[in-house]
Design a protein. Sequence first.
Length: 106
Amino acid sequence: MAEVIHFSKAGFEQAVAAGKPVIVDFWATWCGPCRMIAPAIEKLAAEYGSDVVIGKVDVDQEGLLAQQFGIMSIPCVVAIQGGREVKRIVGARPYGDYAALAQSLK
């Protein structure tokens, strides 16, 4: 069972360079909606972690990475394939939306 990776900038760049699709949840500890979707992100890692790297970036700790992706609102879940962003979901959404995103990357 795969776990959610808590990315630093270097770890994030390494994961993207490895070639597997990546789903990253941009979040913050003080963000209520971010805490609401945390179980969905954990479930994504458990269900899709063998095909897709699932990670989180704390926007307060990794502000430059959040800025690089133009994150204006959190939670913001970004799908990256082939080294580039292919889709993003902004705001708290039902688990099925995140699962469909992961399924589209397989």
